[in-house]
Structures are given as structure tokens and as C-alpha cells.
Design a protein around this ligand. Structure first.
Ligand code: NI
Length: 169
């Protein structure tokens, strides 16, 4: 397994609407293994393919608490097929915007349809942190960052700091 370099915002690859995956092959399986390894190493609770420079509709998440066993999900072509009207506010961060956090309001429950690593369609009902995390990652494959949910003032302030951080990286 490989720890992949994580792309930091602002970067054009993070603003792209990623491509639908037509078939799940060895390349996708290896990518998801490497993405999970990269996410755990960071550490983080979710990672989307564009964050490692790959513009495919692939995400991985694991929102298990530290006192729970790991609960990794690998999702190909994930889509929200239903979300609640009720929203919850959660402080979000992102491995592509290290050190920056902000409150984001999102539907508190989400039904997600995706292909698993064997190419089988799955439908999963999620709530709380897992629902939020999956919505954050699906945003990524549509070229949306959590800062895009903030006011332009807050967003620009964070992105300006990221430009500086990238120069010093
Ligand atoms: Ni993120």
C-alpha cells in the first residue's frame, strides 16, 4: 500500500466535476486501498479521489470513533438519493485545507447509492457524522469544498491563508 500525496486547496483539480466510473477494476480497487491508507495516516475520516489528483467519482470514509472498531466504506459513483429536510450543524475540516475548520449545515440523514469494490450496487441509510462526511466527500467529486458553503469573506480568508501555506509547504 502507498501513502498518496494530498492536494491542497486552492488547486484546479479540486474544482472539477469528476468522471463516472464505468467498471470497477484492479486500478480502482488499488486506488481505494491507497486512499484509505492515506486517510488513516493523515489522519482523517474521509477522502475523495480528486484530493489525490484522480478525477474519478470515488470516495472512502471511516467515521468510527476511536473506541470503536474501524468501519471503512469504499464508494464508487456515490449519489445522494434522499436527504432529510432537517439539518445539523457540524464543524468541518478537510485534508485539502489543513488547519481550517468551520461550521457547515447539512441534512442530518442521507440515503446514498453507490457501487462497492465488487461492482455491486448498495443503498445505505446514514445519519449524523457519517451522513455529513459522505455529503462532504460527494461534494468533492462535484468540485465543491466545504469552504464553498461559507460566506465569500470567510472562504477568501481561508483560501488566502492556504496560498501562503502552499508556498511554504
Ligand atoms: Ni474534504
Amino acid at each position: 500500500m502507498t501513502i498518496l500525496p494530498i492536494v491542497w486547496a486552492p488547486d484546479p483539480v479540486l474544482k472539477i466535476k469528476c468522471l463516472h466510473v464505468n467498471s470497477v477494476g484492479e486500478a480502482e480497487k488499488q486506488l481505494m486501498k491507497d486512499m484509505l491508507e492515506t486517510m488513516y495516516n493523515a489522519p482523517g475520516v474521509g477522502l475523495a479521489a480528486p484530493q489525490v489528483g484522480i478525477t474519478k467519482r470515488i470516495i472512502v470514509v471511516d467515521c468510527a470513533r476511536t473506541d470503536e472498531p474501524p468501519a471503512p466504506y469504499k464508494m464508487i459513483n456515490p449519489e445522494l438519493i434522499d436527504t432529510s429536510k432537517e439539518e445539523i450543524i457540524n464543524e468541518e475540516g478537510c485534508l485539502s485545507l489543513p488547519g481550517h475548520y468551520a461550521d457547515v449545515s447539512r441534512p442530518s440523514t442521507a440515503r446514498v447509492r453507490y457501487l462497492d469494490e465488487n461492482g455491486n450496487q448498495q443503498i445505505m441509510d446514514t445519519e449524523g457524522l457519517l451522513a455529513v462526511c459522505i455529503q462532504h466527500e460527494i461534494d468533492h467529486i462535484n468540485g465543491i469544498l466545504f469552504v464553498d458553503h461559507l460566506s465569500s469573506l470567510k472562504r477568501n480568508m481561508i483560501l488566502k491563508k492556504m496560498v501562503k501555506a502552499k508556498k511554504e509547504r
